[in-house]
Design a protein around this ligand. Structure first.
Ligand code: PSU
Ligand code: MN
Length: 300
């Protein structure tokens, strides 16, 4: 049974040890509306190519985990209404039922690691939800990152979450966290949470990944990149909006895997689309950084 299916380009890149950057698909199907999601997905691939690396968007289609998608496949993920949000526990079910599945950070990391891809760019990690004492909601992204050897580049943990508890849990799980050229952890929509983290350069991150390979350390390395200044939102503004969105989710009894897509869409409406613009800008910025790391990692 071969469940992994590579595009010709990715197969060739893996054989010749060319730099590859993995990309998730939940952000396409459940993180952004059409057609912005499709434009974003295609733009991000171009940005990675522009840096000399090869993009590998990952999704579940026709009973296979596909690594490297065609434009038509990306369009399906962006448009079709019944794409399943596929976190790690959902993977066997989506494959067995031959559903179309959009992979989360957890499932994308797992698949990328399996394929031997070392770098992965996304928007924001999942994590510990706010109010966790009353409602135990912790993203499967975290335990999965504890056992996948990947460098995950994001603009932090999604602002809708409890950032300090998520960072504590990442520490427990053995996932290292570095700021790219900054020693303050970014807050997804905004640049600075005030939480100190060690800073690192592109070169240092590439070196860390090589060292991790030597030591067979299975945990992910998380690199946080602040959203560019011109695209960032003001912390005070977005925090108020997040609180209102969380209240609405609670009123409407939204739980489980629906909560993150609900909050992202609700925040987009409340900000007249500004949060979506910021989200797109930060994903592009992360893709560029991840591509630079991948290129560096494969330099002799
Ligand atoms: N980053 C974004 N938008 C998203 C996500 C990340 O900018 O939609 C997705 C990722 O796929 C992540 C998921 O794994 O949200 C987390 O969902 P949950 O909290 O249900 O685990
Ligand atoms: Mn959850």
């Amino acid at each position: 049974m071969t469940l992994l299916q590579y595009s010709e380009e990715i197969r060739e890149a893996l054989v010749h040890k060319k730099p590859i950057v993995a990309l998730e698909s939940t952000i396409i199907s459940h993180g952004m509306p059409y057609p912005d999601n499709m434009k974003m997905a295609l733009n991000v691939e171009e940005i990675i190519r522009g840096e000399g690396a090869i993009p590998a968007t990952i999704a579940i289609m026709d009973g296979k985990i596909k690594i490297g998608l065609t434009k038509t496949e990306i369009e399906r993920l962006a448009k079709e209404p019944d794409v399943v949000k596929t976190s790690i526990r959902d993977l066997p079910g989506v494959l067995a039922k031959k559903q179309t599945g959009a992979t989360t950070v957890a499932t994308t990391s797992y698949a990328a690691d399996l394929a031997g891809i070392r770098f992965f760019a996304t928007g924001g990690l999942g994590g510990v939800h706010r109010g966790v004492a009353d409602h135990l909601d912790i993203s499967a992204d975290l335990p999965t990152l504890a056992k996948t050897n990947i460098c995950i580049v994001s603009a932090g943990i999604k602002s809708i979450l409890d950032i300090s508890k998520t960072l504590e849990l990442l520490e427990t799980l053995g996932v290292a966290v570095y700021g790219l050229d900054t020693d303050r952890y970014p807050g997804f929509y905004f640049r600075d949470t005030g939480i100190p983290v060690p800073g690192a350069t592109i070169e240092e991150i590439a070196e860390m990944m090589k060292i991790k390979d030597h030591l067979s350390l299975k945990q992910a390395l998380h690199v946080a990149v602040p959203v560019p200044e011109q695209d960032a939102m003001k912390r005070q503004v977005i925090e108020g909006i997040i609180d209102a969105a969380l209240q609405e989710a609670d009123n409407q009894n939204i739980t489980g895997k629906d909560i993150t897509p609900f909050l992202l869409a609700n925040i987009k409406d409340k900000t007249d689309g500004e949060s979506l613009k910021t989200n797109i800008a930060l994903v592009k910025n992360n893709a560029k950084a991840a591509a630079q790391m991948a290129v560096r990692y494969y330099q002799p």
